[in-house]
Write a protein that binds this ligand. Structure first.
Ligand code: GRF
Length: 191
């Protein structure tokens, strides 16, 4: 738990792509009642769309390809320290953080995943859910540990699967719920 009375917790968001969760977190962070601020955005891709929102909001952005975690960990940790980052949110970050990195930020990294974990860890979630004829899917915010999508669950939201659903329609409906769930989870752990 991170408790900083009367102060907004400085957060870094790690992305690799679209950045709709990042965009939403930025929006929520600007509300008076919000207990966090997005101070840094790290991307593993230089043309990630999410970087545009970050720059538009005058948030510091850095690119880390994370091809060689051993070398890059040091640089990332330094950047986080310089920017006084206390908490990390992964939002569509497509790289696996090293054990060393996770240990250094133990209990202070969370992720959002588009399934009802522990079911459907990993990629290609919506297709796999539809192929199994599930009645429900959803999204999960969880702590990050060294095993993929396996850390302690913070919050989940169930989404009913429609007979007409394709992976795209399901993804869209779940993403809408992600945008509600992620700031809610963050607000909860930082309170
Ligand atoms: C989301 O579905 C999230 O659950 C998953 O990656 C996607 C990122 O979407 N980890 P966006 O980049 O935030 O739009």
């Amino acid at each position: 738990m991170v408790r900083l009375i009367g102060k907004k917790t400085k957060i870094a968001v790690f992305i690799s792509g679209n950045g709709s969760n990042l965009k939403n977190l930025i929006k929520v962070s600007k509300k008076k009642k919000s207990n966090f601020q997005i101070s840094l955005v790290l991307s593993s891709k230089k043309n990630a769309k999410g970087l545009i929102f970050a720059k538009r909001n005058k948030i510091i952005t850095k690119i880390f390809y994370y091809k060689n975690p051993l070398k890059e960990d040091k640089k990332i940790l330094k950047t986080l320290k310089i920017n006084d980052i206390k908490f990390i949110c992964l939002a569509g970050f497509m790289k696996i953080l090293s054990k060393n990195f996770i240990q250094k930020f133990a209990g202070s990294i969370i992720n959002i995943h588009p399934s009802l974990l522990p079911k459907y860890k990993g990629l290609n979630t919506h297709n796999r859910v539809l192929n199994k004829n599930e009645k429900y899917s959803g999204c999960t915010v969880h702590f990050v540990n060294s095993k993929l999508d396996s850390g302690e669950i913070i919050l989940q939201k169930k989404v009913k699967i429609l007979k007409t659903d394709t992976s795209i329609s399901l993804q869209k409906r779940i993403l809408k719920q992600e945008h509600i769930l992620y700031p809610k989870a963050l607000q909860k752990i930082l309170s």
